[in-house]
Design a protein around this ligand. Structure first.
Ligand code: COA
Length: 385
């Protein structure tokens, strides 16, 4: 039986160190005014020397598991989206599985640039919808500051570090991930590339001298692509979900550039209050950008029970991805999943009300599944008469 995959936990981690545009003015030939008008970024987070993609991921994952009221040992699968893993081998997903104290379950890393998190969500959804797994952890994490050329002003001002995670669980109640759209156009691969240190050009003195082990970007080409693809992908995902744009309560776009977000919003005809933006505080955290934005949107009270969200991104590859997620009562109060383990006395009135509503919903859903065949039969009988 096809199951619904519901997001019942979310968490984020942002390194403490803040690098402002004013700090960057002292490092490269740039200005706060240039960065702000071209990108909308004011500051970004930079990981401390002892931090890695794995340590940041574990922080975000623990927060997501706490929210979901699940233990790491409850996980059936771990998916990590990143372009900046700790090592080429082992996969950072296995390091994270071990650091979390999860069981010896499947764990893999996927690379799809900044769209990796939505690719991860779509993949997790498949495992849940097919009935294979119950609880899947999806992480988007990036320690991109170590792959940025701090002498290249055209890229170093754009990126930041961070991690975001969600826990998806199998449910029989309709909702959760409703649809997704994935795409790639490899012919544009060189527009955003780390030219060396892969098998095509392994590390050498030449590579170090020419600094081709760092990110290179043709900003204009990426900008043109993003402006074209973001609204297109969002529209396709909404159509695939069976909803229409007027049903969308919040757009959570990849936080790369305020101009791209603003144009996407206008192409979709959405009012300003239906778009979540935090690019000013984090810059482009690549695969971590959508899950961090998702967490903050919830923390800021921008996501409510019953809301339909669109997450959409573009990135290296070049790739794009969009998904529509319905946030039901399960998502609004994740502890509901484990509510039978929570002493009633520890619940607030608000939480008890949500549990009551969820229990009603669940009963109605179960009853409707039972009554539907009866209803259809009697309906048919009546029609035959
Ligand atoms: N400070 C000051 N000047 C800078 C600069 C900086 N940090 N970076 C580049 N410039 C200069 C360039 O050298 C160039 O100068 P030139 O015209 O003398 O050659 C000029 O600014 C380019 O300016 P402009 O044409 O106005 O840039 P833009 O409108 O394309 O904006 C980006 C540049 C990078 C912000 C924009 O192209 C962009 O956001 N692209 C998408 C990038 C992206 O999202 N990548 C991540 C994908 S997940």
């Amino acid at each position: 039986m096809t199951k619904y995959s519901r997001i019942i936990g979310w968490g984020k981690y942002a390194p403490e160190q803040i690098l402002t545009n004013q700090d960057l003015e002292k490092m490269v030939d740039t200005s706060d005014e240039w960065i702000l008008t071209r990108t909308g970024i004011r500051e970004r987070r930079i990981a401390a020397p002892e931090e890695t993609t794995a340590t940041m991921s574990v922080q975000a994952a623990r927060a997501a598991l706490d929210k979901a009221q699940l233990r790491p040992t409850d996980l059936d699968l771990i998916i990590v989206a990143t372009s900046s893993p700790d090592h080429f081998l082992p996969a950072v997903s296995s390091t994270i599985q071990d650091m979390l104290g999860a069981k010896e379950v499947g764990a893999f890393t996927l690379t799809a640039g900044c769209t990796g998190f939505v690719y991860g969500l779509a993949t997790a959804h498949q495992f849940i919808a097919s009935g294979t797994y119950e609880n899947v952890l999806v992480i988007g994490a990036e320690l991109i500051s170590r792959f940025v050329d701090w002498e290249d002003r055209s890229t170093c001002v754009l990126f930041g570090d961070g991690a975001g995670a969600v826990v998806l669980t199998a449910s029989e109640m309709p909702g959760g991930v409703l649809s997704f759209v994935l795409g790639s156009d490899g012919s544009l691969g060189d527009a955003l590339i780390v030219p060396s240190i892969g098998c095509k050009e392994p590390i050498s003195q030449k590579v170090l001298d020419e600094r081709t082990h760092y990110i290179r970007m043709d900003g204009r080409r990426v900008l043109k692509f993003a402006i074209r693809i973001m609204s297109k992908a969002a529209v396709e995902a909404v159509k695939a979900s069976g909803l229409s744009l007027s049903d969308i309560d919040l757009l959570i776009p990849h936080q790369a550039n305020l101009r791209i977000i603003e144009l996407t919003r206008r192409h979709l005809g959405l009012p300003e209050d239906k778009v979540f933006i935090n690019v000013d505080r984090y810059g482009n955290t690549s695969a971590a950008s959508i899950p961090i934005a998702f967490c903050e949107a919830i923390e800021e009270g921008r996501v409510n029970e019953g809301d339909n969200l669109v997450m959409v991104g573009f990135g290296g590859g070049l790739t794009w991805a969009a998904t529509v997620v319905h946030m039901g009562v399960l998502e609004t109060l994740p502890r509901l999943v484990a509510w039978r383990f929570v002493p009633v006395g520890s619940l607030s009135l608000e939480e008890m009300k949500v549990i009551a509503r969820a229990t009603m919903d669940s009963l109605v859903f179960k009853a409707s599944a039972l009554l539907l065949p009866l209803y259809t039969k009697t309906g048919l009988r009546r029609r035959r008469k």
